[in-house]
Design a protein around this ligand. Structure first.
Ligand code: SAH
Ligand code: SF4
Length: 382
């Protein structure tokens, strides 16, 4: 269970109300001697109306507003820059307290828009094919900084007019960082994503992706019902040890068991785990490996999402050809799996999976290095 927030009376920064779940906000109001229904009013102001100025929260009464102004604030992180891809994908570089930079990506598709949210500045897990991992770990994001990305995406989107529809319909915790290593803050932020007084998203439309922090995944089932994706990337432990080093601590069998327990604990018994498999040329993309994967997942309730590797400078890896992706896909389909291939989005703005680094770099120079580092092939897989 989450502890109630410590109240820092007086000097700024006060309590950042942006990151408090309904339960935490109710506790906050009780702690300052107010009625807990105030929490509902503040949540609506902040998340529905996008209001950050406590002085504008008119139904709180003047005395309460003044009290709050002295001890609390509503402070989203700061947008440093915005990048629009030719395919409609938008990426924001966001500065968090202490100067760290993170990235948030909005991917519009027919009838929906998925926001890819970061959970940490950098990542400690060092997967061999991930540029976030290459930059190392700086720090966990607070709950306010995580939900603040949703707040910013909605409130800074120029096409968005309150009441005219939803600019964010789905959230995936697939940006920078390993969400299960920042457990409490991620859980609090996901509560706000699902909370009707905040963003009211369906639990099926919020997805947590993990590389396999098994003890934390075991704990998640008791506090959350969001959809689950696991980053598998290899059909056996020998290869996965190389690609996803945390596998040495929590090998594949443990991860699959923990993921199965997670969905078994859900009330909705139709749910499946999404298995993410980043395809890297000559490393894990061979038909034999697809067959081995089919055997591994034979009785596992899942759908498989193939992600053609997205290159970044000095990665040392290459994206497979479209034919190699199709062959791998076909083996799995023939074995009876539901398999999707993730379309690469936002590549021209370095917004694709695994390309997020949070650094503000000269795009032109980066593109040159990028081309030198990998023989990039455009793939078309329907
Ligand atoms: N840390 C979490 C979530 C963030 S990464 C996790 O690892 O699951 C989101 C997804 O992008 C993961 O499946 C990850 O393995 C994948 N990914 C990372 N780098 C990639 C790259 N360069 N190309 C394609 N997918 C990548
Ligand atoms: Fe971290 Fe996920 Fe990247 Fe691995 S793939 S280094 S867990 S962000």
């Amino acid at each position: 269970m989450m502890t109630s927030p410590a109240i820092n009376v007086g000097e700024r920064p006060g309590v950042n109300l942006l990151g408090l779940s309904l339960r935490q906000m109710e506790q906050f109001f009780l702690d300052i001697g107010e009625k807990k229904f105030r929490a509902q009013q503040v949540l609506k102001w902040v998340h529905h109306a996008g209001v950050t100025d406590i002085g504008e929260m008119t139904n709180l009464g003047k005395a309460l507003r003044e009290k709050l102004l002295a001890i609390a604030e509503v402070r989203p992180p700061e947008i440093v820059s915005q990048h629009d891809s030719t395919d409609g994908t938008r990426k924001w570089v966001i500065r968090v307290d202490g100067g760290g930079l993170i990235e948030t990506v909005l991917i519009p598709e027919a009838g929906r828009a998925t926001l890819c949210v970061s959970s940490q500045v950098g990542c400690s897990l060092d997967c061999s094919f991930c540029s976030t991992g290459k930059q190392g770990f700086q720090r966990d994001l607070s709950a306010a900084e995580i939900i603040g990305q949703v707040w910013l995406a909605i409130n800074s989107y120029d096409a968005f007019k309150p009441g005219s529809g939803r600019i964010v319909t789905n959230v995936v915790m697939m940006g920078m960082g390993e969400p299960l290593l920042n457990f409490d803050n991620v859980v609090a932020a996901m509560e706000l994503m699902l909370e009707d007084l905040a963003y009211g998203l369906s639990k099926r439309r919020v997805t947590l992706s993990t590389s396999g922090v098994v003890p934390a995944l075991d704990r998640l089932a008791a506090v959350s019902e969001v959809s689950l994706a696991i980053s598998l990337h290899a059909p056996n432990d020998a290869l996965r040890n190389e690609l996803v080093p945390i596998n040495r601590k929590y090998p594949i069998a443990m991860l699959l068991q923990s993921a199965r327990n997670y969905i078994d604990a859900q009330r909705d018994n139709k749910r499946v785990v999404t298995v993410e498999y980043t395809l890297i040329a000559g490393v894990n993309d061979q038909p034999d490996q697809a067959r081995e994967l089919a055997v591994l997942l034979r009785d596992f309730p899942c759908k498989i999402n193939l992600i053609p590797f997205n290159a970044f400078p000095q990665s040392g890896y290459q994206r497979p050809s479209g034919n190699a992706v199709s062959r791998f896909w076909q083996v799995l389909v023939d074995a009876g799996f539901v398999v999707t291939v993730r379309t690469t989005r936002g590549e021209d703005i370095d917004a694709a999976c695994g390309q997020l680094v949070g650094q503000v770099v000269d795009r032109t120079r980066r593109s040159e290095r990028y081309r030198a580092a990998a023989d990039i092939q455009a793939i078309q897989v329907s």
